[in-house]
Design a binder for this molecule. Structure first.
Ligand code: UGA
Length: 439
């Protein structure tokens, strides 16, 4: 919404949330989320045509267009638990819009939703007796965390799905006009509502599938003399495959991939498409396998016991340039290492607070270190969990000197110069290629 406000001064944008602390924080220079470039965008529009408020009812009454961006987490209870999307927040918002509205409005699904949700929303919204009409549009968001501002300023595409009725097409055009202020026309794609809703789930499923595919090959590379980096480069040079999203890793994390795939699986099951459901489910199982494999490699390499050994986890965020740790593979890895009775120390330039929260109630005490040098001091091993750039330029010599010997590095992101680390004395375990070890 901040980007829309910055690019379209002719629109008045009000961001509302029931969380007072968050709304207050959005009005300071200490924004509630870390995202490169976001503060500049917010500052460009804040107070001009971008406002923040907890008065949700007034915002509903005043708006002609409402973007609904509430959480749609995986259901944790009842029918479809662990797979289906929990739509309670969405439905609550729809009912609040219905209650407060005194005029016709366009309601936009910005949250990722199961295909056909718009229909439910339309039914609820248009169940009013005072002749107000609501048009529900699907406008899924494709930005990735850490590059959100850039992705919004120069999107690969903006997708707008509407009903193909005269009213639906009119509403679609109104939304097209917003984005046309900065997005080239050939990047604004329109479709019916169901295609737009489904495209969002499928886009994430395809991206995650690429990671699971390359991660499955990383396991095979470790058993053979192949290197997953070389394989990915060769495969990705085929223009039909493309080079992006082929970095083998300890596993994909983030609030979306797993949730959206499980949601897709649930939808397929509910339409009786069991084979399709199993196919997509395997993308998630491969990711879990990759996380487990990483821990097994650590234990195996360190002579089958890590009891009381100090293991420093470099990075906890699910990817670089974000403070977000949701579904981060680091959470699983940390818990497993603790179960094996290792002494775990976590460091991350942005995500330490979230890490503390994620690891509360663990069977053993976890140490949190402000910087990597402190974390590595006296450690038997370092596990690279997040591809933060700063880890590349550390003095690895100094780190090596400060560690217990033999010193190990498990590079869950293939971030570092493995040969150099080996020459410094480390035993290095890259992902998807042979370990470099001194024994
Ligand atoms: C993802 C999609 O990329 C966005 O297009 C989408 O809008 C977003 O979900 C969403 O639905 O909100 P995000 O989860 O922010 O974005 O981050 P990604 O860059 O996709 O990374 C996801 C995970 O995959 C991270 O843990 C990352 O480290 C991992 N990854 C990514 C790999 O392991 N290897 C790769 O080659 C790329």
């Amino acid at each position: 919404m901040a980007v829309i406000a910055m690019k379209c001064p002719q629109y008045r944008v009000t961001v509302t949330d029931m969380n007072e602390a968050r709304i207050a924080a959005w009005q300071t220079d200490d924004l509630p989320i870390y995202e490169p470039g976001l503060l500049e965008v917010v500052k460009a529009a804040r107070g001009r045509n971008l406002f923040f408020s907890t008065d949700i009812r007034a915002a509903i009454r005043d708006a002609e267009i409402i973007f609904v961006s509430v959480n749609t987490p995986t259901k944790t209870f009842g029918e479809g638990a662990g797979r289906a999307a929990d739509l309670q927040y969405w439905e609550r918002v729809a009912r609040e819009i219905l209650r407060e509205s005194q005029s016709t409005k366009i309601v936009i699904e910005k949250s990722t939703l199961p295909v056909k949700t718009a229909q439910t929303m339309e039914t609820i919204l248009n169940a009013n007796k005072n002749g107000i009409h609501f048009e529900v549009i699907s406008n899924p968001e494709f930005l990735a965390e850490g590059t959100a501002v850039q992705d919004l300023l120069e999107p690969d595409r903006v997708l707008i799905g509407s009903r193909e009725t005269p009213q639906g097409l009119k509403a679609r055009q109104e939304i097209v006009e917003i984005y046309a202020n900065w997005v080239p026309p050939d990047r604004i794609v329109t479709s019916n509502v169901w295609s737009a809703e489904l495209s969002k789930l499928v886009a994430n499923a395809f991206l995650a599938q690429r990671i699971s595919s390359i991660n499955s090959i990383s396991a095979l590379c470790e058993r053979t003399e192949a290197s997953v980096k070389d394989v990915a480069r060769a495969v990705g040079m085929d223009a039909r495959v493309g080079p992006h999203f082929l970095n083998a890793s300890v596993g994909f994390g983030g609030s979306c991939f797993k949730k959206d795939i499980l949601n897709l699986v649930y939808i397929c099951e509910s339409y009786g498409l069991q084979e399709v459901a199993r196919y997509w489910e395997s993308v998630v199982s491969m990711n879990e396998y990759q996380e487990q494999r990483f821990v097994r490699t650590i234990i195996g390499a360190m002579f089958n016991t890590i009891i009381d050994k100090r293991i420093a986890m470099f990075g906890f965020a699910f990817k670089a340039n974000t403070s977000d740790t949701r579904e981060s593979p680091a959470i699983y890895v940390a818990r497993k290492l603790l179960e094996e009775r290792a002494n775990v120390v976590v460091t991350d330039p942005r995500a330490l607070d979230s890490a503390r929260h994620d690891l509360t109630g663990c069977p053993r005490e976890v140490e949190f270190a402000d910087g990597p040098y402190e974390a590595a001091r006296g450690a038997h091993a370092i596990a690279i969990m997040t591809e933060w750039d700063i880890y590349r330029s550390l003095s690895w010599e100094k780190i090596y000197q400060s560690m217990e010997k033999p010193a190990f590095v498990f590079d869950g992101r293939n971030l570092l110069d493995h040969k150099r680390l080996f020459e410094l004395g480390f035993n290095v375990y890259p992902l998807g290629s042979q370990p470099l070890k001194h024994f």
